[in-house]
Design a protein around this ligand. Structure first.
Ligand SMILES: [Zn+2]
Length: 337
């Protein structure tokens, strides 16, 4: 069984995501990272469906200017009309549930997590809070079904600094108010894409355990998106999880199952096996790790883990139970909607 903490499903359907082709989701499409037949074959139970309110940057001169503001990063997309795009993406998930209700279910309450054997649960995650004009707006998005937020994508915003920030100012006053609002509503706070200082601030402030939906280990691959040992330790101590991601630049060379298993073993050594989870970023990545071209191939990762000395229990924790238990601890407070 599998829980995947990060997939760009609505971005794929609305903006064509990392690929240029969209097809019915109940068709096993050759070369597509995930779809309903692949979910069923792989035993996927729950997926965090990302809402990613960015569009491709059209003005190359302005984009070059943006690059200069961030560390070693040339942005290809920009937050444009983020609230409108976020709402369009929420509607995309509603449409998917309506069209494929036999196989998919949006997860809004704890009860929705029960009986996810015949259906795949989709939990809405806001990747960057540009769509929120003020912290109070999280109430609106909560009512739309959002149960998890990342404060930033790679851009700094008025809530927090990102992992690409040249300044890394951490949480702003509005960012603090937003974390408190998330705590009150039982919305999970994701540290993926956040700057080091933002991560530290959230870990100090948040009453609920923060987590990384999609990141690898910084000690294995020095990439600003990856979690340092200090962060792995702190997140694990708070009983949060770290979703191992398939972004090849985060994995390092050679980007394959064996190298991913190295990241997993490192996270387990530093934070304990209870911190391990999975956040592939399927449909959001252009290149997949070798051998892990789609979600039905994850047994390759399990095999690689075992070769590195993990027992069967550890693989199961990483693929499913750690993340499911983590979500269930929040689900208790999701009444009424
Ligand atoms: Zn991401």
């Amino acid at each position: 069984m599998i829980v995947d903490l990060h997939e760009d499903i609505s971005d794929y359907f609305l903006m064509a995501g990392a690929t240029s082709v969209t097809q019915p989701f109940d068709k096993d499409m050759e070369g597509r990272h995930v779809d309903i037949p692949k979910y069923r074959k792989a035993g996927v139970r729950l997926v965090f469906g990302s809402i990613f309110p960015m569009v491709g940057g059209l003005n190359s001169r302005l984009m070059a200017g943006l690059s200069g503001m961030y560390k070693e990063w040339s942005p290809a997309s920009v937050p444009a009309a983020p609230r409108e795009i976020a709402i369009e993406q929420v509607k995309t998930y509603y449409s998917l549930e309506e069209m494929y209700g036999k196989h998919l279910r949006l997860v809004r309450t704890g009860k929705d997590l029960d009986g996810l054997t015949s259906k795949v649960g989709i939990l809405l995650h806001l990747e960057g809070c540009e769509a929120l004009s003020e912290p109070e707006d999280l109430r609106i998005f909560y009512r739309l079904g959002v149960r998890s937020i990342g404060l930033t994508w790679n851009y700094d915003n008025k809530y927090a600094s990102s992992c690409r920030s040249g300044k890394d100012y951490g949480l702003t006053g509005e960012g603090e108010a937003l974390v408190k609002m998330a705590n009150r509503l039982g919305v999970m706070v994701d540290l993926s894409h956040a700057g080091p200082r933002t991560c530290r601030d959230v870990l100090e402030l948040s009453e609920t355990p923060p987590f990384f939906s999609h990141a690898d280990a910084y000690s294995v691959q020095k990439h600003p998106r990856n979690a340092t040992d200090e962060l792995i330790r702190k997140v694990a101590r708070r009983r949060g999880v770290i979703g191992l991601t398939f972004i090849t630049s985060c994995i390092g060379e050679p980007a394959d199952a064996s190298r991913l298993a190295e990241h997993a073993m490192h996270i387990a050594r530093v934070g304990g096996a209870g911190a391990l989870a999975l956040g592939t970023d399927y449909l959001g990545i252009r290149t997949t790790p070798t051998g892990l071209e789609d979600i039905t191939k994850l047994s390759l990762l399990t095999d690689a883990l075992k070769r590195k000395g993990a027992d069967k229990e550890m693989a199961g924790k990483m693929m499913y139970s750690n993340a499911m238990n983590f979500v269930k601890r929040f689900a208790d407070s999701w009444g009424g909607w």
